[in-house]
Design a protein around this ligand. Structure first.
Ligand SMILES: Nc1nc2c(c(=O)[nH]1)N[C@H]1C(S)=C(S)[C@@H](COP(=O)(O)OP(=O)(O)OC[C@H]3O[C@@H](n4cnc5c(=O)[nH]c(N)nc54)[C@H](O)[C@@H]3O)O[C@H]1N2
Ligand SMILES: Nc1nc2c(c(=O)[nH]1)N[C@H]1C(S)=C(S)[C@@H](COP(=O)(O)OP(=O)(O)OC[C@H]3O[C@@H](n4cnc5c(=O)[nH]c(N)nc54)[C@H](O)[C@@H]3O)O[C@H]1N2
Ligand code: SF4
Ligand SMILES: [Mo]
Length: 865
């Protein structure tokens, strides 16, 4: 029987049908009835079945790294938090949470910290993600409200994607947009310093200088005013601050965007002359030391033109995590309260305290993420609980954050698996995982969906909400935390939201307090009589005291740290198509490592030539905060002076690939959000003595200056490099593979300095190592596939003469290689992505590689070889 649930990855919030296979796994399919995806899934969602299973799961609590019982662990946590409160007061404790927690988990954590421990030191990884949007929304609308719906992207005539790589980060929403564009000719503009996969559907790509978005949207506002595109009636009736915002816009210099005048003028023409405009924005806007101002510069344009809250119009912040929106709803951040109520507002605090019947409440905001870890390093935080996030990897200045966790008196980490962060904890608590737990999440367009269990949880792990409630009980607050199910927690959260409704705010879902939780279908709020079409602000009523929206004057600022002769590269960071954050789950799926299996840095060909960096060489990046070593990808997708690196690698998967070790913890003064995309780095070649590639049935822990490992269908693969060769390669390899006795085959080419070793048992290969003085050239997917099935053949490193080499995988769902696709294009004269699909199937499952297929089609035939 299939169970309806929701994808645990991105904020699109796709519905899933999970059919357990009876042996701990499940078949995963898109839910045709879910309004977000109507049956579609992206590569990550489709591969969820490969991430189930108990390998690597935490199954019992750990105290000081040693297995312990639940009672001992929970007693210790309760006792240490109580002691900190007793001796040092409420400011000495903190929670660091996650936009991936279920609403029920989040609600319990927020109630415990704010209402019972009496501190507002509860912040979340949403600080690294959505905080600038939250602050911008509150400045403009009075509340943190996303006005629009997904349908608006399909109803718009112009969709502007600002700092969003929608094709890779919100793939199903991107596909909806691509389909609408094909059907009705929607114009698409992408504003991004890089030429991303999303640009494949762009009618115009604006390769903006990093951080200069506010100047661009100020130019839009000025153009709206100069070309008669301001909706004066709407502004007069519903908006305050127009004149000051326009004056600030006029004073700012569009030249700082670095855009060609011709491109800028096309964009201004389209924006001014199109009524139905949706501006989608994401981390290219938020993760900036001027992120809040960038958000308001965008909102200003929609307010001035009255393009908000009506079909096909509006600013649209797409949330990253599956429950980023739900976290905002429960108020799980240091500067929010609950249900979009304000922590600074005494009446709001009193109402929530009365509802909770709680003993104490903080009197104002608490420490935001960056401040929180600094306070932990300085001994101000005595007890810290980290839940469902991996800050030793994902926070800026990650080495300093790891040190802070080590320095803090007492740190608890709740996770499902060992991570860079759990290794630093005093107490580790094993949580139930997706597929085992029950609750709700809210996606980017305010649709609340159920996550339902479809597997029985293993012995040991417990639900996050229950762990929190058990600690609360041990601290003497059992009555207020006495729920017996997530349904009861949800009912309390929904009931509390009636206060927000009574206070005239947006988030009132009290009609759901008595819903049938088990069967609750995807439900978009506002619900009940407040529904009115599901959008906000079409009626011009905002949630400020006078019900007018505020336009905010914005004076653009460049990124906080300037480039200079010593550190002349701007480091942009972000995501790849097939991995999720620190890869603790997506990294388990072999299908998802086929596309990209190691960390890399994209650099412009001219810069690469200047620095003497060859494609596939290794580069050393450094900043005052830290260092990294990454594979070089030479490409004009990035501009000169800029480099791009993905965020996903950890001490566990590629120790020199932890990109946040390089990023300074500079924040936006209003939102506290770090500037994660604009560090300033030096780049230099690394000159290793040897490069290597290894495959093995079991995991590898190499002793090498550079390594990056990934799972494969046949075991593991690992990229390697070393500064000096070991004295005895065979001995080194035996220890790498843990194969002291296997038979060793050896092929050496002393002339080229290359060496190939295969270890076999009964004619089957168990492991192989390829070493060369240059980056190792091999048909890697072929080698991976041969492991275990062939002995000596594996050492050839590529398919035998006459057999085609499929090349690196491009379509990860159907495992179709780049060479196969290129051959089909040239031999069969294919002209469209559809034709590629019929010929070689690529792009016909999740469709996530379609932008890359289009890019191959666009290549000149001679370049394609
Ligand atoms: N595959 C995948 N999907 C994901 C995630 C994942 O880990 N993997 N994570 C999810 C999460 S939590 C989030 S928050 C979202 C993030 O989704 P996105 O925000 O779309 O993703 P990013 O790659 O972080 O950044 C988007 C783009 O911002 C650009 N950028 C950098 N600086 C600037 C600038 O100054 N101005 C402008 N206009 N653009 C700039 C970058 O080049 C990048 O292409 O993705 C979600 N979806
Ligand atoms: N330089 C740079 N840094 C960035 C970004 C960037 O673009 N550039 N993006 C930032 C953004 S937008 C985000 S959202 C963050 C993401 O960064 P993180 O939140 O640190 O990344 P995740 O890997 O998603 O961490 C989730 C953790 O929760 C664990 N987990 C999974 N399921 C459960 C569960 O049910 N219960 C519990 N208790 N644990 C569970 C996982 O194993 C994992 O360790 O990174 C931020 N950092
Ligand atoms: S787009 Fe992909 S990752 Fe995002 S919710 Fe849908 S299936 Fe999951
Ligand atoms: Mo995020």
């Amino acid at each position: 029987m299939s169970i309806r649930t929701t994808c645990p990855y991105c904020g699109v919030g796709c519905g899933i049908l999970a059919t357990p296979d009876g042996t701990g796994g499940a078949r995963i399919a898109g839910d045709p009835d879910h309004p977000a995806n109507r049956g579609r899934l992206c590569s990550k969602g489709a591969a969820l079945g490969q991430t189930l299973g108990l390998e690597g799961r935490l199954l019992c609590p750990l105290i000081a790294g040693r297995p312990a019982g639940w009672d001992a662990a929970l007693d210790l946590v309760a006792q240490r938090f109580a002691a900190a409160l007793e001796e040092h007061g409420p400011d000495s404790v903190a929670f660091y949470l996650s936009g991936q927690m279920l609403t029920e988990d989040y609600y319990v954590a927020n109630k415990l910290m704010k209402g019972y421990m009496g501190s507002a030191n509860v912040d979340t990884n949403s600080r690294l993600c959505m905080a600038s949007t939250v602050a911008g929304h509150r400045r403009a609308f009075g509340t943190d409200t996303v006005p629009g719906l997904y349908e608006d992207l399909e109803l718009a005539d112009l969709v502007v994607l600002a700092g969003s790589n929608l094709a890779w980060c919100h793939p199903v929403l991107y596909q909806r947009l691509a389909a609408a564009r094909a059907a009705r000719g929607t114009k698409v503009v992408v504003i991004d310093p890089r030429r991303t996969a999303t640009c494949e559907i762009a009618d115009l790509h604006l390769p903006i200088m990093p951080g200069s978005d506010a100047a661009l949207f100020n130019a839009v506002l000025t153009a709206l005013a100069d070309r008669g595109a301001v909706d004066h009636a709407f502004v007069a009736a519903h908006v305050a601050g127009f004149d000051a915002a326009l004056a600030a816009a006029r004073a700012s210099d569009p030249g700082t965007t670095g855009l060609r005048t011709a491109d800028l003028s096309i964009f201004l023409d389209w924006f001014c002359s199109t009524e139905r405009v949706v501006t989608v924005f994401s981390q290219g806007i938020n993760q900036s030391s001027s992120g809040t101002d960038k958000v308001n510069a965008i909102l200003n344009c929609h307010l001035a033109s009255g393009r908000i809250g009506r079909p096909g119009t509006g600013p649209f912040s797409v949330t990253g995590q599956p429950n980023a929106m739900g976290g905002r709803e429960v108020g799980g951040m240091a500067n929010t309260l609950a249900c979009h109520l304000e922590i600074e507002n005494p009446a709001h605090r009193a109402a929530v305290q009365a509802f909770w019947g709680s003993p104490r409440m903080p009197q104002g905001p608490g420490l935001k993420a960056v401040e929180m870890f600094r306070a932990a390093a300085h001994g101000q935080i005595r007890a810290l609980w980290i839940i469902h996030t991996n800050p030793a990897v994902s926070m800026p200045d990650a080495d300093a954050v790891a040190a802070a966790i080590r320095l803090c008196d007492f740190v608890v980490v709740s996770d499902i698996t060992r991570t860079d962060t759990t290794r630093l904890a005093d107490v580790v608590l094993p949580a139930t995982a997706w597929g085992e737990k029950s609750g709700t999440v809210t996606n980017s367009d305010r649709t609340i969906s159920r996550q339902r269990p479809f597997l029985s949880a293993p012995e040991g792990p417990r639900d996050d909400w229950r762990i929190l409630a058990d600690v609360a009980g041990r601290m003497g607050w059992g009555e207020a935390f006495g729920w017996t199910s997530p349904a009861e927690v949800f009912a309390e959260h929904a009931a509390l939201s009636s206060i927000a409704g009574q206070m005239g705010l947006d988030f009132d879902i009290s009609d759901l307090a008595a819903c049938d939780y088990d069967t609750l279908p995807p439900t978009r709020w506002p619900v009940g009589p407040r529904r009115r079409g599901g959008r906000f602000f079409g009626d011009g009523r905002f949630f400020t005291p006078d019900h007018r929206a505020r336009m905010v004057p914005v004076t653009p600022r460049p990124p906080a740290v300037a480039t200079g002769p010593r550190r002349r590269f701007r480091l942009n960071t972000g995501r790849i198509r097939d991995q999720w954050h620190t890869m603790t789950r997506s990294g388990r799926a072999p299908a998802l490592s086929r596309h990209i299996a190691e960390p890399f840095v994209e650099i412009h060909p001219v810069d690469a030539a200047d620095l003497g960096l060859e494609p596939a060489a290794l580069a050393r990046l450094s900043t005052p905060q830290g260092r990294a070593i990454l594979r070089v990808a030479v490409t004009d997708r990035v501009q000169r002076g800029q480099v791009f690196a993905p965020i996903h690698w950890t001490a566990d998967t590629a120790p020199t690939g932890r990109i946040d070790a390089l990023v300074a913890s500079v924040t936006d003064p209003i939102s506290g959000q770090p500037e994660s995309k604009a560090a300033v780095v030096t780049v230099a070649p690394l000159a290793p003595a040897w490069y290597g590639f290894a495959v093995a049935r079991t995991s590898m822990n190499p002793d090498a200056v550079y390594w990056a490992r990934a799972r494969t269908e046949t075991g593991w693969r690992c990229e390697l490099a070393g500064m000096s060769p070991p004295a005895d390669w065979e001995a080194w390899a035996r220890s790498l593979f843990g194969l002291p006795d296997a038979c060793c085959l050896r092929v050496e080419d002393p002339g080229r300095g290359s060496l190939r070793l295969a270890f076999t048992e009964e004619g089957r290969s168990l492991a192989a190592l390829f070493v060369a003085p240059e980056p190792v050239e091999l048909a890697r997917d072929h080698v991976v596939a041969l492991l275990g099935t062939a002995g000596a053949e594996i050492l050839a490193g590529r398919p035998a003469q006459g057999q085609p080499d499929p090349g690196p995988t491009l379509c990860s769902c159907l495992n179709v290689g780049r060479n196969t696709i290129l051959r089909a294009i040239s031999e069969r004269g294919l002209r469209s992505v559809e034709a590629i699909g019929s010929a070689v199937q690529a792009g016909t499952a999740c469709g996530g590689c379609r932008p890359e297929l289009a890019a191959l089609l666009a290549m000149r035939p001679e370049a394609a070889e």
